[in-house]
Design a protein around this ligand. Structure first.
Ligand SMILES: [Zn+2]
Length: 248
């Protein structure tokens, strides 16, 4: 037993048998081990007085369970590959919808019906890539419609200016910020998340205009502007989309 108090709430990583483990110290009694989708991130929340070595031993004792969890997520990810056919689940603004594909001769379009269905109107004979393109174009348009008012709302609060913003598909990040150009990029996938999650990423990227790095100062600013930001981060990290973890 050591009397050293490990640093509170600054996550770091340790390697255990080739496994990367995120460790966060909290004022808690017991050690919590969890594996998160979609990639099987392993996270340990440890009491303040538990050393990294003790965390390592705890992880080793549960290695087979962790591996089972990870392979479960890998299978889920494989099964959730989309074909853009009727009956599939698709997400929009944090809500799950059933996709209904309608083949017709008119213009391709997308419509939400009964808060439960996404009607996807496509030309006769449209293949999977064409169906996907129509839905993604609609997603992009919807997301672009949400962003300007959120930026405008937060600019006076954070006291920064965003000169430009763009939407793109990104594999590993929800957003990025080009500080010199005062430009933020937002992941198209955010359209599938609750508007609060989108807002959190926008605020996060805007706060980078005040603090480049993910340091204590950054966390302080986030706490000040959006005290609930950790909840939104958890919500994003829980989701089973092809994403790596979002650190802050
Ligand atoms: Zn960041």
């Amino acid at each position: 037993m050591t009397n050293k108090l490990y640093q509170l709430s600054v996550p770091h990583q340790i390697k255990v048998s080739g496994l990367t483990v995120d460790v966060v110290r909290k004022d808690i009694k017991n050690l919590h081990l969890a594996v998160y989708p979609p990639l099987g991130r392993v996270r340990v929340a440890a009491p303040l007085r538990v050393s990294d070595e003790a965390v390592r031993l705890a992880v080793i004792s549960r290695l087979s369970w962790i591996k089972r969890q990870k392979s479960k997520f890998t299978n889920q990810a494989r099964q959730s590959a989309r074909e853009f056919v009727s009956g599939e689940s698709h997400y929009f603004k944090g809500r799950r919808y059933r996709l209904n594909v309608i083949y017709q001769t008119g213009t391709s379009q997308v419509a939400i019906r009964n808060k439960s269905t996404i009607d996807l109107f496509v030309r006769e004979g449209s293949d999977q890539a064409q169906r996907e393109r129509v839905l993604l174009a609609w997603y992009r348009q919807q997301l672009k419609g949400l962003i300007p008012s959120l930026i405008a709302q937060w600019e006076p609060i954070i006291d920064v200016k965003v000169s430009d913003w763009r939407v793109k598909q990104m594999k590993t990040k929800w957003g990025t910020c080009n500080i010199e150009a005062q430009r933020i990029w937002l992941n198209l996938e955010l359209v599938k998340k609750s508007t609060q999650c989108l807002e959190y990423i926008i605020v996060h990227e805007m706060v980078h205009l005040l603090e480049r790095r993910h340091n204590d100062h950054f966390a302080e600013l986030m706490n000040k502007f959006m005290p609930q930001w950790r909840l939104y981060r958890e919500e994003l990290n829980r989701s089973a989309l092809g994403h790596e973890e979002w650190g802050y």
